[in-house]
Design a protein around this ligand. Structure first.
Ligand code: HEM
Length: 354
């Protein structure tokens, strides 16, 4: 694993080691090092710059897991078909189609999400001392199955198994291969159903993005709510939770042409990692606008900034609010959080056994 990635993970999990009076640090000793940015004004300038673009995380995962020469057909098709690694007109066009589908999903959620959550939680309440990772995992798995089933006009049970998890820094070759196989099966099934229900089969990868790009950051955020406030009766509100959990650890960017941003001279090919969670920490440290810094409003970086701002924000807030409301209604729901602590890796916040 590149030494800059190891250093990055160590900073993310030990932020007290960071000098918060600075706005960025280099992550390695090279002449054009990977930059780690944690100042909101600098981050905004970088995220707006036309000379800086998102880089392909899948290539990075393949390098880290030693399978650079292999093709991961489903994973690569998914990321190529969603806006995350696209730029310019291609990005705008895909984003527009994706937002049309997400808006549809969001308005349908109003119809069935409250009942879905109440049923899930009332079944869960029967047993005590839950494992928080299993609980949140099962909640999101059945919820996202239900979202897909509503859209595909089929039953949740008729959908194949979902892939477990992809966004992990310690990506292992076999996990990636297994994920790819699962995703291909799920997508082939969804494509057939889209065709059957008279919808555009090409929307399949946009639909799959809900399970891939949606499930894992939501997992980190909901888990954060339990691990930091284990008593179900003590509530968060969704905006505050999203701000504090900032479960996407890094916005990864690559410089595509030499440029200067503030007093930093950036070279083509140089990588920049922007960290939402530490931007929040620094903002709080500088005591900038404490009131807004507490919520996932426009000043929050949890959902990113600029043209790639998370299009799943409204869906996420809705799901999180219903989850939190149910938690608050059920003081009998007790979680066993012993030995678990929140950790952050290159892409996401999650939990690790201590
Ligand atoms: C806790 C929940 C979530 C968080 C914290 C989160 C965070 C983010 C962030 C920070 C980005 C920007 C990445 C970048 O600029 O490099 C992003 C992009 C994206 N998110 Fe989310 N997200 C969440 C949930 C969701 C959900 C539920 C969906 C789908 C329904 C989703 C779909 C996407 C997509 C497709 C993009 C790429 C957009 C683009 O590149 O134009 N996210 N998300």
């Amino acid at each position: 694993m590149p030494s800059s990635s190891l250093k990055l993970r160590s900073i993310l999990n030990n932020p007290s080691s960071l000098d918060l009076t600075r706005t960025w640090i280099p992550l390695d000793e090279r002449p054009d090092p990977t930059l780690f940015v944690y100042d909101s004004a600098l981050a905004k300038q970088i995220l707006r710059a036309p000379t800086v673009q998102t880089y392909n995380l899948v290539t990075y995962w393949k390098i880290v897991s030693g399978i650079n020469g292999e093709t991961l057909t489903a994973i690569e098709t998914l990321f190529a078909s969603t806006p995350m690694f696209q730029h310019g007109h291609a990005h705008t066009g895909t984003r527009k189609r994706l937002l049309a589908l997400y808006n549809d999903v969001e308005s349908q959620l109003d119809l069935w999400l409250p009942d879905f959550c109440a049923t899930f939680f009332s079944q869960a309440e029967v047993e005590r001392q839950k494992n928080p990772e299993e609980f949140v995992g099962q909640f999101l798995e059945s919820l996202i199955r239900a979202i897909l089933a509503h859209h595909l006009d089929c039953s949740s049970a008729s959908l194949p198994d979902f892939p477990k998890s992809i966004f992990r820094m310690m990506v292992r070759a076999n996990n990636l291969r297994e994920y790819d196989r699962h995703l291909a099966e799920l997508a082939a099934n969804a494509e057939r159903m889209l065709e059957k229900s008279g919808q555009d089969p090409e929307m399949v990868w946009i639909l799959m993005s809900i399970s891939v790009m949606g499930k894992e950051p939501l997992f980190g955020a909901l888990l954060y709510s339990i691990l930091t406030k284990p008593s179900a009766s003590v509530g968060w509100d969704a905006n505050t939770l999203m701000h504090h959990s900032a479960s996407v650890s890094i916005l990864g960017r690559e410089v595509i042409a030499d440029c200067n941003i503030q007093d930093i001279s950036l070279k083509k090919g140089q990588l920049v990692h922007i960290c939402p969670f530490l931007i929040h920490l620094r903002d709080a440290f500088l005591k900038r606008s404490m009131a807004v810094a507490e919520r996932a409003g426009p000043s929050s970086f949890s959902f990113g900034f600029g043209s790639h701002l998370c299009p799943g924000r409204k869906i996420s807030l809705k799901i999180a609010q219903h989850f939190l409301d149910q938690m608050a209604l059920r003081p009998g729901l007790v979680f066993d959080t012993s030995g678990l602590r929140m950790t952050r890796d290159f892409t996401l916040a999650s939990a690790t056994q201590t």
